[in-house]
Design a protein around this ligand. Sequence first.
Ligand code: NAD
Ligand code: DAU
Length: 377
Amino acid sequence: MKRNILITGGAGFIGSHVVRLFVNKYPDYHIFNLDKLTYAGNLANLKDIEDRTNYTFIKADIADLDMMRSVISDNRIDGIIHLAAESHVDRSIKDPFTFARTNVMGTLALLQAAKEYWESLPEKFEGKLFYHISTDEVYGALELTHPEGVPAPFSTKASAGEHEAYGSEFFLETTKYNPHSPYSASKASSDHFVRAYHDTYGMPTLVTNCSNNYGPYQFPEKLIPLFINNIRHGKPLPVYGKGENVRDWLFVEDHARAIDTIFHDGKVAETYNIGGFNEWKNIDLIRVVIKTVDRLLGNPEGHSDHLITYVTDRLGHDMRYAIDSRKLQRELGWEPSLQFEEGIEKTVRWYLDNQDWMDNITSGDYERYYDDMYKNR
Ligand code: NAD
Ligand code: DAU
């Protein structure tokens, strides 16, 4: 079936994996990648598919309502996968307004433009979908409930049942929103607007909330690529607080596959949580990253351990995120394809094999930005 799909934020980390998957897998679809190309957007992420006949790049700002109106109507868009956002928590602490502008007002502009265009068609909302990509951070933070002595990583490969046996709590689709950072507050607000467009106007929408992604093409302000690059250069690894915060990590291609499944088979107006049941305490994850980088660079074990540097904690640092993704597994049959060990090996190898990509990004303004973040935290 021919379709015109608009993917926003497709030049970013997750968006580029989604664009690549759709362009390759669906030759009958035309994929429009709309991105403002902020510091986080990089067309080099899509070099391998940029010449495909079913792919078009559009440089635009989602907060520009008139522009969104023309992009959606001129290209007869019938499906939207919305990833464009400001995505880094530390930046949101320094500059919350940019997050409100893009994540809230930008999402609203896109919703309104889609609604106006779809309502103008004879078939109206029939066969249309606005799919909004959100985060587990909207649910707030969980306690560390595991007893002492559970080996780190304390949940890798453990089933949800095993977690529950330890008294763990998880974020469910029904968990009440309780965002803490300006980033998560802006994402929560955009999620509410998306649901309001369904409940008020009957627009077909869907929301998914995913845990931390890792993999190729992630901007090196986020933990894993930042640390891989710093180890390579023998630079300090700034661990916030005591390194005890816990995140649930999912390989980015597994998230892209989940998005594909949900876009095609998900039920309108539903929410699906996406996660890997793969929780790691930051410091344990960091030790795995150091070990893997050292091994692949041919350094002796322990060579880069001294780079670990404990620094002032992130303001309002959420202690633990943990997603229960069993609804998605049960209803749509999706599950993560990679074990973490395999995913992290693949990821470290990719960054070491693609040093030009990293060097291009980390030249120029990056150093100044990074020094600012580090000094002022
Ligand atoms: P990213 O920062 O790597 O990419 C964001 C992209 O959006 C960039 O290409 C940027 O240029 C573009 N963009 C920013 N502002 C824009 C605007 N005003 N108009 C048009 N384009 C704009 O982000 P990411 O990590 O790939 O995250 C993508 C989405 O997934 C976000 O909505 C984020 O909240 C969500 N998410 C991310 C994670 C994660 O671990 N990275 C986890 C769950 C959900
Ligand atoms: O949970 C999903 C979210 O995951 C996404 O919605 C966000 O867009 C994405 O950025 C990510 O948010 P986090 O804040 O969890 O990711 P980050 O890589 O910034 O940090 C991961 C953990 O590591 C967090 O506990 C903070 C810590 N950290 C991070 C950096 C950059 C450090 O200790 N040192 C660092 O230098």
